[in-house]
Design a protein around this ligand. Structure first.
Ligand code: NAI
Length: 327
């Protein structure tokens, strides 16, 4: 098949070229959106990532360009209008799990960095500043961690935090029995907000979860809460988080995802004027750590993304059941 591959980076090419044996892949650095959709005119399938915009209009244009398959390189599919894909008869396939370990471990990295300030220590010591002023952290052992969403990633994150000796509370629409047996207490969301020292988000972005962290939920939290979001930016109402940081209610904020990230993340904008006042305000706080959607970014995950995406395309070409179909 001929595949229009959007939002491609060097590392995507490296892993797809390593595992691709039969398809013709046309790599575009541009993201997929209304302006770029016609780049796919000669292809049979598009391959898209988290910040590509597969709106109803884009999908209709894909259909008229003869596109037969949308192959997402991500687990989340909130960027794809599934109803429109269905209406246009274009199947959507995804990579349901590439490395849940990678994301769970990155959430821990954000927690440890914010807490023990290793990013500041690195710079200080290199400049000959061996002072410990303002470097004090806290023991994670014995702290209460609230986990929202205990699917593949959330479950691994619970296990890590239990291993450290934290008390783990969780909220999910379906309680995970294995986690309950391991000592995780499932509680209503309000109780999690009120009791947790650290809240970590691991649920998908849906109409129910959009702005699950807003002014109301922040007001319920303990003073100085640590909030971690490695899931999707839209889970957090950014202006409300900024107010929470200003009041001190949020004591630490670790974000791997951001609501307006598609204009920023995955690009080197170091010589640009960044026209996003919310992210610039967030970056002005000493207790905020932002990484640009790198939770998934391990060798193991990139290999899995390439292998599963190519297998999804093979299944479509062979006309067999689409194992990882979302529409
Ligand atoms: P999953 O589907 O295995 O688990 C999601 C869990 O959230 C399920 O247990 C589900 O029941 C629960 N859930 C659904 N609606 C909920 C609600 N309203 N309240 C509470 N829980 C709810 O997904 P997985 O693989 O664990 O991924 C979780 C999220 O992580 C993805 O949706 C994606 O947004 C994000 N992600 C981030 C990456 C990164 O690089 N930072 C990479 C991969 C995924």
């Amino acid at each position: 098949m001929k595949i229009a591959f959007f939002s491609s980076k060097m590392y995507d090419r490296e892993f797809f070229d390593r595992y691709n044996t039969k398809h013709e892949i046309i790599y575009f650095e541009a993201p997929l959106n209304e302006q770029t959709v016609n780049l796919a005119w000669d292809c049979n399938a598009v391959c898209a990532f988290v910040n590509d915009k597969l709106s109803a209009d884009v999908i209709a244009a894909l259909k008229s360009n003869g596109i037969q398959l949308i192959a997402l390189r991500s687990a989340g599919f909130n960027n794809t209008d599934i109803a429109a894909a269905r209406a246009n008869g274009i199947p959507v396939v995804r990579v349901p799990a590439y490395s849940p370990h990678a994301v769970a471990e990155h959430a821990l990295a954000l927690i440890l960095t914010l807490n023990r300030k290793t990013h500041k220590a690195y710079n200080r010591v290199r400049e000959g500043n061996f002072s410990l002023e303002r470097m004090m952290g806290f023991d994670l052992y014995g702290k209460t961690v609230g986990v929202i969403g205990t699917g593949k990633i959330g479950q691994l994150f619970c296990t890590i935090m239990l291993g450290i000796g934290c008390k783990v509370l969780a909220f999910d629409v379906i309680a995970n029995k294995e986690m309950q047996a391991a000592g995780v207490d499932y509680l209503p969301l309000i109780d999690i907000f009120q009791q947790a020292d650290i809240v970590s988000l691991h649920c998908p972005l849906t109409e129910q979860t959009r702005h699950i962290i807003d002014a109301t939920s922040i007001a319920m939290m303990k003073q100085g809460i640590m909030l971690i979001n490695t899931s999707r930016g839209g889970l957090v109402d950014t202006p409300a988080a900024i107010e929470g940081l200003k009041s001190g209610r949020i004591g630490y904020l670790g974000l791997d995802v951001y609501e307006q990230e598609e204009k920023l993340f995955f690009n080197d904008l170091s010589e640009n004027i960044i026209d996003d006042d919310d992210i610039m305000r967030l970056l002005s706080f000493p207790n905020v750590l932002i990484t640009s959607h790198q939770g998934f970014f391990t060798q193991e995950a990139l290999a899995e993304i390439a292998k599963t995406t190519l297998a999804n395309i093979d299944e479509f070409e062979a006309g067999t059941k689409l194992t990882n179909s979302v529409a």
